[in-house]
Ligand binder design. Structure first.
Ligand SMILES: [Zn+2]
Length: 172
């Protein structure tokens, strides 16, 4: 085991730990390594293949089927979130815990980078955005529907993925 992997096995948040325990998931080396992958990059949304490549890069050669099962089990017990992306490929990310819940459940607009698939919350949405939200809920109410939640999701390229060429085109 590399020293980097060893470092990442520490620091599992208590809430994640208790979810693992409730689900009866043993903290094997593989479980801790997969957790470490997501805990060190809380915004990342990884496919099975990306998770496997990242683990291999960290010196852990996990059987493909074992990793598939492990990711699914972590999703079932609520440690990871499993969502299909726009290409209908399953992506895994860290499920929100008490610390991050307020941030991710804020119903604010979200931005997703189509290149690296990280998500960013745009928490400082202004009054016009809130007005649009009210408008939409009122339109629903006039039709007798009860709107509860609005997800605004913007797709594009994040600051780390955008190339200088794209920037120049954007300005031109
Ligand atoms: Zn990106």
């Amino acid at each position: 085991m590399s020293s980097r992997l060893a470092r990442e096995l520490t620091g599992v948040p208590p809430e994640v730990q208790s979810r693992l325990e409730r689900a009866g998931l043993r903290r094997t080396l593989a479980t801790r390594a997969v957790l470490g992958l997501f805990l060190t990059r809380p915004r990342s949304r990884l496919t099975h293949a990306q998770a496997q490549a990242a683990l291999t890069a960290r010196g852990l050669d996990l059987n493909r089927v074992t990793l598939y099962r492990l990711l699914d089990r972590l999703a079932v017990c609520g440690v990871l979130r499993r969502e299909a992306d726009e290409q209908r490929i399953w992506r895994f990310s860290l499920a929100p815990t008490g610390d991050t819940l307020a941030e991710t459940d804020g119903a604010g607009p979200r931005f997703e980078c189509d290149t690296c698939h990280r998500r960013f919350e745009l928490s400082d949405a202004g009054e016009p955005t809130r007005a649009v939200t009210r408008d939409l809920f009122e339109a629903l109410a006039r039709l007798g529907h009860q709107g509860r939640r609005l997800d605004v999701s913007i797709h594009g390229t994040c600051a780390s993925c955008v190339t200088p060429n794209d920037l120049a085109e954007g300005i031109a």
